[in-house]
Write a protein that binds this ligand. Structure first.
Ligand code: B12
Ligand code: SF4
Length: 510
């Protein structure tokens, strides 16, 4: 049977990284079946396109995975596939939380023939065999022999054959420049960001987050050896294709067990498996100097920190009191001293937020080492404690907000400001953080560092700006380059002087 795994785009921003679930399920598919992957972010497709594709390619089963914000598109695509006479199985966080919706048991129409609840590592092979036999069931749940929910162990973990998988759709550099860029430095013909997990689960239970409910509060890790081997495979691939690979450790809290993280990072260094990497780590775990040393030595470049708010009352409200705003600056400086920078994530529209929250937050951010701040709105995702609290209080203004996804729009009323005010605060956060002046300041603040760091932060900033201000087409990018021309020219000039310096020294035999 030929199986298509499909992840829809969110229609607003383009994901820079493929979704791990597709590669994982592909690796877990029993032998005898062919699996093809389409990520809508890299290969945009509409309903008609997917229906045509499944017919022409003789697809026997389509697996669709989606987060809440892409679910409306996922349902439309599933409907089109089913109308073409092909069975659809859906999985992922949203479907797990709203199973009746996907199966049409909530009064709406049915979108999926079957759904996979929770982690599907162990149920996927069964789903495939049932589909091949024509005996697909409605619901697949990971249960132990006593009918209790069972979380798969990550030991053993399947080998994802990164050296063989076709990754053409996931190159972040224009293919046309491949022959030229391949010869630059150690090779820049391709640049891919690859998701790798080293563990699952987070016990912290923040009120707005689905992770503790979905993956459970018991943490599971892969063996160090299996992670190291995966990095070596990725490194070898990059070398072979004359390109670069960076890894996003998608664990929700990569250092949740500091002792284990240190041992993994030591093993990465010992095996010479370092690649540039990004990971999510909560600020409280970054107090450890030895951990931060190992992060830097093993290739860590960017750490995503869910700061959420600079107001301790807000943090206490959402059960994230372990975040201490008073130590944010020290944490960021500790990282920056090792040339590691942070993606700092904030949520506006929390219950203790009042108008002016953006400016108060920006004032703090401006006093920190340069980074990549991101701003979102408090969003009641289905099945989270936050959703239940707001629902019980009658505060949801769009209880099924995912059915008509609107980016950066609230679905409930905050307590101390209006929805409109919260939207304005987010707009201000983005506009002020990613203005050409702010970008120039961030680049200049790294003047004492090698040029590569300045180029890196400018590219990252221009890309991150697009999370809020859509910049999907070529024209939009040209406009961004034009707005930031002063900083770009400055870097080009510095690059040229550095290059001339090297040429002159070598000409004089220095
Ligand atoms: C990496 C990541 C991202 C990446 C993008 C995704 C990518 N390219 O990988 C980035 C950093 C860009 C990102 C951004 C956002 N993310 Co995010 N992200 C994650 C994260 C940390 C890891 C995802 C992952 O790969 N997990 C590991 C895999 C193995 O798990 P999985 O995807 O759930 O897949 C398993 C099962 O669900 C199931 N499954 C999944 N799909 C399918 C399909 C089929 C057919 C079947 C059978 C089974 C199946 O099988 C898999 C194996 O067991 C998760 C949290 C988490 N731990 O999962 C949050 C998470 C998915 N993100 C979340 C959110 C909210 C966001 C944002 C909206 C945040 C924001 N406010 O801006 C944005 C929106 C992104 C966008 N572009 O639209 C939520 C989604 C909740 C929900 N109900 O939708 C999560 C769960 C985190 C949370 N705090 O609750 N994210
Ligand atoms: S620490 Fe992060 S992953 Fe863990 S529950 Fe809180 S927000 Fe979710």
């Amino acid at each position: 049977m030929k199986i298509l795994l499909y992840n829809p785009d969110n229609g607003v921003t383009r994901n820079f990284m493929p979704h791990l679930w597709m590669f994982l399920l592909q690796a877990l598919t029993p032998p005898g079946h062919e699996v093809v992957l389409i990520d809508g972010n890299a290969q945009p497709m509409d309903e008609e396109g997917i229906a045509r594709y499944v017919r022409e390619q003789n697809i026997g089963l389509v697996g669709i995975g989606a987060m809440t914000r892409m679910i409306a598109k996922a349902y439309r695509m599933a409907d089109a596939v089913r109308a073409a006479g092909v069975k659809v199985v859906m999985g992922g966080p949203h479907v797990t939380e709203m199973a009746d919706e996907a199966l049409g048991r909530d009064g709406g129409s049915r979108h999926a023939d079957a759904i996979a609840l929770g982690e599907a590592d162990e149920t996927w092979p069964r789903i495939v065999e049932d589909a091949a036999r024509g005996t697909l069931k409605d619901v697949y749940a990971p249960l132990d022999p006593f009918g209790q929910e069972r979380k798969p162990s990550l030991q053993p973990y399947p080998v994802i054959p990164w050296n063989k998988i076709k990754l053409d759709q996931f190159n972040l550099l224009p293919g046309i420049l491949h022959p030229l860029l391949k010869r630059v430095g150690t090779g820049w013909g391709t640049f891919r960001i690859i998701p790798v997990e080293s563990g699952r689960g987070c016990p912290y239970g923040c009120e707005f987050c689905t992770v503790t409910g979905f993956f459970g509060d018991s943490i599971r890790f892969r063996t160090n050896e299996s992670v190291v081997n995966e990095l070596l495979l990725l490194k070898a691939r990059a070398r072979e294709e004359g390109g670069q690979i960076a890894v996003f450790f998608i664990d929700d809290n990569f250092a949740i067990n500091v002792k284990r993280t240190k041992s993994l990072l030591r093993d990465i260094i010992a095996a010479n498996a370092q690649v540039h990497w990004v990971a999510q780590i909560s600020a409280n775990l970054l107090r450890d100097e030895e951990l931060v040393d190992l992060i830097a030595a093993s290739g860590g470049k960017w750490i995503f920190i869910g700061m959420e708010s600079i107001d301790p009352a807000n943090l206490a409200d959402v059960k994230k009191g372990f975040n201490k705003p008073s130590e944010y600056a020290a944490v960021l400086e500790r990282l920056a001293r090792r040339n590691v920078y942070a993606i700092t994530s904030f949520i506006f529209g929390m219950d203790n937020d009042t108008p002016g929250v953006a400016e108060r937050t920006l004032k703090e951010i401006r006093s920190w080492p340069p980074g990549l701040p991101i701003f979102g709105l408090m969003t009641p995702l289905p099945a989270t404690p936050l959703y239940k609290r707001l629902e019980a209080a009658g505060r949801l203004t769009r209880p099924k907000h995912w059915q008509q996804f609107i980016p950066f729009a609230m679905a409930h009323t905050p307590l101390k400001m209006s929805i409109e005010e919260a939207h304005n605060e987010v707009r201000m956060g983005w506009a002020s953080s990613y203005s050409p002046e702010a970008n120039e300041k961030a680049v200049d603040s790294l003047n004492h560092k090698p040029l590569g760091y300045r180029i890196n932060i400018l590219i990252a900033r221009l890309c991150f700006r697009g999370i809020y201000f859509p910049q999907m087409g070529r024209f939009a990018w040209l406009k961004v380059f034009a707005q930031n021309r002063k900083t770009i020219f400055k870097l080009v000039k510095q690059g040229f002087s550095a290059w001339r310096g090297v040429r002159l020294s070598s000409a004089h035999g220095l």
